[in-house]
Design a protein around this ligand. Sequence first.
Ligand code: FO1
Length: 320
Amino acid sequence: MSAADETATQSNATDGVVVVCGGVGAARLLRGFVGRVSAEQLTAIVNVGDDMDLHGLRICPDIDTITYTLADAVSPERGWGLDGESWQAMAMLEKLGGVDWFSLGDRDLGTHLYRTQRLSEGASLAAITEEIASRWELPLRMLPVTEDRLRTMVTTVDEGEISFQEYFVRRQHSVAVTSVRFDGSASSRPAAGVLEALRSARRIVIAPSNPAVSIDPVLAVPGVRDVLIERRSDVRAVSPIIGGKALKGPADRLLVELGREASALAVAEWYADVVGTLVIDTVDADAAPAIEALGVTPLVTDTIMAQPGVTESLAEILLS
Ligand code: FO1
């Protein structure tokens, strides 16, 4: 067991707060917890279904988006990757006819080089994530949900099954989807510290990430959903659907393609077995009675974190 694994196992987040995370939405929400919850008590459990191996490198977009966001180094325009990035390596790849549909900035490449080298030396992804987080002096503990290979796969009408990043980036999530599955999930095991953190936290928060492709892969790791079901009354989620639309990404379209509707009520239905309270936006206040009827307590507030003060008040509500 590595030092990071031991730390993860020992420092149970008694009275802590655990945030179940995808990428951009989760990273923005975590900003609200920083300063309200101490670094020792704040744990992010992060999706790895978006991860991929490209150019021989391991790329973990959700972990990196959270890292760069909390380090105040993220590109504000894109919400992923680093601000002030240069793209010389991509230009060379394009010239050589290499794979160039997934944009890796020159500085961002350093992260993937470091991670891949450390993996080849036998370090765990949790240990490497902690190393990177500590170099950036991040005020939280970040755990990949699993060390095992788990990949989100998307079945499209036109092309059959493709990987998540082929769907999201290469196809710009503009192809119709019929189903989603998490390859490797059945045999995956939670990373060291994941179940302990979930069991001992005073509050578990599901970030406003895409339920179908960012949160479900976390819940698909055996043991995780069971703990959330046991702890349901302490679990609060934030709806990523506001007024029938996703602020970013394809969550609204994906819900409809998967046979649901794009609404806060549909999010409540999606999470009804694992979530006791759902925070919905003020524009969706009309959905509150129907959400209540599902046995999920609705909390109505402003949730668009681009507006001043909203991230902070959202964090307060989630902690209260
Ligand atoms: N998203 C894009 O839309 N286009 C890209 O070329 C792209 C590259 C990329 C590189 C590193 C990284 O950490 C994230 C990157 N993303 C890119 C974002 C990422 O694919 C998605 O935001 C998440 O996987 C969805 O949660």
